[in-house]
Design a protein around this ligand. Sequence first.
Ligand SMILES: [Zn+2]
Length: 153
Amino acid sequence: MNLFQQLCKKHNIDFYDADIDPSFTKDMGKDHWTNYSSSCFDEIRLGFYDDKDIKNISFFHEFGHCRVPKVWSKYTFDYFAKSYMNRFYDEIYAWRYAILFTKKLNIDFKKETIKWARGELATYFNQCAWASDNRIKITQEMENEMYKLALLI
Ligand SMILES: [Zn+2]
């Protein structure tokens, strides 16, 4: 059992790794699942990655989604639809969890990997309700604050 499998087993998370068994990727196809993962409640689907470091940080991010129960347990699809802001905070806290947790395990990530993670988080900036309604313009300074909160610095 590898580390990811051990962690998921310990926390009752169903874990699917495309490199081990790609059968879950058949519906959406390999392209969809390349450099992409998902998690839902107590399930993680880790896709195919070009870069091992990015695969690792992606796992811990999805693991973070499953391990931040106070936010996640309130997560219904209705809630999802109503509040991009909550979705946005889920993203921040999943990254934050990933960074704190991997620090404890002495797992480091390359600078470029952290940069990639910032880019992933940034894709959610514009989905937050206030930004998508143009009620606020997200400045570089605000972006930096969000990266700091997510510990992606
Ligand atoms: Zn996420």
